[in-house]
Design a binder for this molecule. Structure first.
Ligand SMILES: Cc1cc2nc3c(=O)[nH]c(=O)nc-3n(C[C@H](O)[C@H](O)[C@H](O)COP(=O)(O)OP(=O)(O)OC[C@H]3O[C@@H](n4cnc5c(N)ncnc54)[C@H](O)[C@@H]3O)c2cc1C
Length: 370
């Protein structure tokens, strides 16, 4: 609330900021969550809703461990959130399938499974041949040669998830301010001050978790969040009788019956636009997986911007020039939401970053001049 001094200001009411705010609030901090409003770029409202573990962090063991920790925490996290808010966030863990259409693709998945074991990931990735797939998912098309399967993959309704985090924060006494875009940040008299469209907000600690808006804000407190947009388009079909009980890496059936088909990876600057050619490509791929989708009507298509760091891994750091100021960003904010809520938020409320994220500082991008 403008005027009050909060324990923690969280800048950005997307999935990352809302999860940290909820977790810090539950840990006893008085939290103010500042959000820009409807004009903002918000991946939190345009994503695919997967909690996807198989293959995550291959070749980057710390990222893999952090993702797996998140995967294991989802059950506890979802139960706590639903219990607290009464909002069914639609979290289900049927296990995930990445379908393959050639032997080369199967070999690729085999390598991912092997590398995951080498990197120490305690995640079982099974390889299913066509007969195995047909046993469990008889509707797949004739071109599917197999799939990789992980029991840890799950999905959630991203919009209900976001709503539950923000309502839970407020029910616990925290403050959510929308229309409170932060124009400037500064340190003053031992406090952090966020200049917002609704007036200044003061706090003892601050986290910048403003997605694509973080790049400009972070340097003001000695932090660095070099993120860029990457567009993803998602196609939504009409509701159909459930026939795909698992979750697929690019196709999933929601609890309501719609299929989500996605998502593209495009360099389109800050444009959230859509185009028919991309939608057609996404649909063709989904029909290759499930031929009966050819008979199903498309009802919606949207574009949304991913928040990408240069190496695709998260950034978590505390400012060296302004202790008590933190930054957090990542490109899999749904997957990592449980760890942000149950581990990162409480730790930041205590003024420290968890050991698990110690290697994710932005100075890994600094090139030494010789
Ligand atoms: C097409 C697509 C599909 C995806 N699918 C998945 C998936 O299946 N699984 C997965 O794990 N992740 C997925 N993601 C990624 C996931 O959505 C993001 O990682 C997550 O939403 C990022 O959260 P964020 O809070 O950093 O950013 P955002 O969700 O973009 O939120 C940023 C927030 O900061 C606010 N803000 C910005 N600037 C300011 C400011 N100056 N002052 C105040 N507030 C500000 C904005 O209003 C916004 O609410 C997908 C993303 C896209 C685009």
């Amino acid at each position: 609330m403008p005027g009050a001094t909060h324990d923690l200001i969280v800048v950005g009411g997307g999935l990352i900021g809302s999860a940290i705010a909820w977790g810090a609030g539950r840990a006893g901090a008085d939290v103010a969550l500042l959000d820009e409003g409807d004009v903002a770029h918000r991946a939190a409202r345009g994503n695919f809703g997967l909690i996807w573990l198989q293959g995550k962090g291959v070749g980057a063991p710390a990222y893999m461990r952090w993702s797996l920790q998140a995967g294991h925490l989802w059950e506890t996290f979802a139960a706590a959130l639903v219990d607290e808010t009464g909002i069914d966030i639609g979290w289900r863990r049927p296990g995930g399938l990445q379908f393959c259409f050639s032997d080369e693709e199967m070999d690729g998945r085999r390598r991912v499974a092997e590398q995951t074991r080498t990197d120490g990931g305690d995640i079982a990735i099974e390889l299913w041949d066509r007969a195995d797939v047909l046993d469990r998912v008889p509707e797949v098309g004739p071109e599917v040669v197999g799939a990789s399967y992980s029991p840890l993959d799950s999905h959630v309704s991203p919009l209900y998830l976001l709503r539950a985090l923000q309502e839970g924060l407020q029910a616990g006494g925290g403050t959510y301010l929308s229309g409170a875009g932060v124009a400037a940040l500064r340190a003053e008299a031992g406090l952090f001050v966020a200049e917002t469209a609704r007036g200044p907000v003061r706090g003892r600690r601050i986290v910048i978790a403003a997605g694509l808006g973080a790049a400009d804000l972070a340097p003001q407190l000695g932090l660095s969040i070099p993120v860029r947009p990457e567009r993803g388009q998602i196609v939504v079909t009409e509701r159909v009788k459930p026939f795909f009980a698992y979750v697929g890496s690019g196709v999933r059936q929601t609890a309501e019956g719609s299929f989500l088909i996605g998502s593209s990876h495009e360099e389109a600057g800050f444009s959230e636009g859509t185009d028919v050619a991309t939608a057609a490509r996404l649909c063709a791929s989904a029909v290759r997986t499930f031929p009966r989708l050819a008979e199903v009507n498309v009802v919606r298509l949207w574009g949304s911007l991913r928040v990408m760091t240069p190496d695709g891994k998260p950034i978590y750091e505390e400012s060296q020039t302004h202790p008590g100021a933190f930054a957090a960003t990542c490109h899999s904010g749904v997957t990592l939401c449980s760890a942000h809520a149950l581990v990162l938020g409480p730790a930041i409320a205590d003024g420290v970053l968890p050991e698990a994220v110690a290697s994710f500082r932005s100075d890994r991008f600094h090139v030494q001049a010789h």
